[in-house]
Design a protein around this ligand. Structure first.
Ligand SMILES: [Zn+2]
Length: 117
């Protein structure tokens, strides 16, 4: 299970995205940074929030499919005409809302103070 990358900002100003648990040796000043200094439970909290957002998007997609496929197949193929409206709703209402929430989570992502090794 791969989590979101952690952006390390070196004391010299270099930045780098690394996966949790990895080390990074700064190319410029050769300080060594270790993301293992981040407490696992704090990183997992972040993972949980990111995962919940992804689940929300999946659930919404599954829900619309669960509503529309039976309507079209069982009830009336005329419901196909509603699909563009549903797609528009998805694109212009749900996605922007979801992105805004996702960005808020990203913005509120915790910051950790690491120490070069
Ligand atoms: Zn550096």
């Amino acid at each position: 299970m791969k989590g979101p990358p952690i952006t390390i900002r070196c004391e010299c100003g270099e930045t780098k995205d690394v996966a949790y648990g990895q080390r990074w040796l700064c190319d410029v000043c050769h300080r060594s940074w270790n993301t293992n200094q981040i407490p696992a439970e704090e990183y997992e909290g972040l993972l949980r929030r990111v995962r919940r957002h992804k689940l929300e998007a999946l659930a919404a997609a599954a829900l619309s499919a669960a509503v529309f496929v039976p309507l079209i197949v069982v009830v009336n193929s005329g419901f196909i005409a509603l699909i563009p409206a549903v797609m528009a709703l998805w694109l212009f209402v749900f996605l922007p809302l979801w992105r805004r929430r996702y960005r808020r989570t990203a913005r509120n992502a915790p910051r950790w103070e690491l120490h070069p090794e």
